[in-house]
Design a protein around this ligand. Structure first.
Ligand SMILES: CC(C)(COP(=O)(O)OP(=O)(O)OC[C@H]1O[C@@H](n2cnc3c(N)ncnc32)[C@H](O)[C@@H]1OP(=O)(O)O)[C@@H](O)C(=O)NCCC(=O)NCCS
Length: 202
């Protein structure tokens, strides 16, 4: 089993990866598959592709943002193996922290079944060493025609386990870096200010 750059795969395997990606995310949460290959896209391969992740460095912070993370099957440890390979590779590449966002189980209007899925997902990342960050009103923009979704931020330290708490100015820098370098919103943007103020980080 190994983690490889998506661009190193042949067309047939890339089509399998596309299938894993499209099965894992509903259309409204997906960017086009071809656009992902412009970011850093990695595939866990065990004979055939079994997992897929897309990352984007957060400029010069030394942190990397995990845009997409998906296992080709559920509940068989593939997600955990992908996580282990990915965090190892990102640490070796010199990043110190990997950050990602997840759908908020407490978002209003979400049905009970979806709340369970969202909580299971968070538990998966926590079990694998990521921390759920104390950030409130984190509402990054999504598609042009959509209301922003309520998300939660998570992060894992790539040099130390367990991940030490991320608080205060460090947390504020993380929030601002994600908004700016992942979503294109400057620290002065009202959406960013709202998150910083609501989280007691102003
Ligand atoms: C979340 C995900 C990567 C976990 O991969 P996995 O191979 O199933 O995980 P593992 O077998 O290593 O660990 C099992 C744990 O994963 C989580 N998990 C498994 N299936 C899940 C599902 N359908 N939805 C949410 N979480 C799930 C649970 O925490 C589960 O533990 P539990 O059975 O005790 O609740 C995988 O379910 C997935 O690809 N989901 C679709 C895409 C997605 O939601 N990506 C994350 C976006 S933030």
């Amino acid at each position: 089993m190994k983690l490889v750059a998506a661009e190193s795969l042949e067309t047939g395997d890339l089509e399998l990866v596309r299938g894993i990606y499209e099965d894992g995310f509903p259309p409204h949460l997906r960017a086009s598959f071809s656009s992902l290959l412009a970011d850093r896209a990695y595939v866990l391969v065990d004979d055939a592709p079994i997992g897929f992740a897309v990352l984007r460095p957060l400029a010069s912070t030394g942190w990397v943002f995990l845009r997409y993370f998906v296992a080709g099957s559920r509940g068989r440890g593939v997600g955990s193996m992908l996580w282990t390979h990915l965090t190892g590779a990102m640490g070796e590449a010199g990043f110190t922290r990997m950050v990602h966002d997840v759908e908020d189980p407490a978002e209003s209007g979400v049905d009970a079944e979806e709340v369970v899925v969202r909580n299971r997902r968070i538990s998966f990342y926590e079990r694998n060493g990521a921390l759920l960050l104390p950030v409130e009103s984190y509402l990054p923009p999504h598609g042009d025609d959509e209301e922003p979704h309520s998300l939660r931020l998570m992060a894992v330290d790539l040099n130390r386990a367990p991940t030490p708490p991320i608080v205060g100015d460090d947390l504020r820098a993380l929030v601002e870096a994600v908004y700016e370098h992942r979503y294109g919103l400057s620290p002065a943007d009202p959406v960013v200010r709202r998150t910083v103020v609501s989280s007691g980080l102003a």
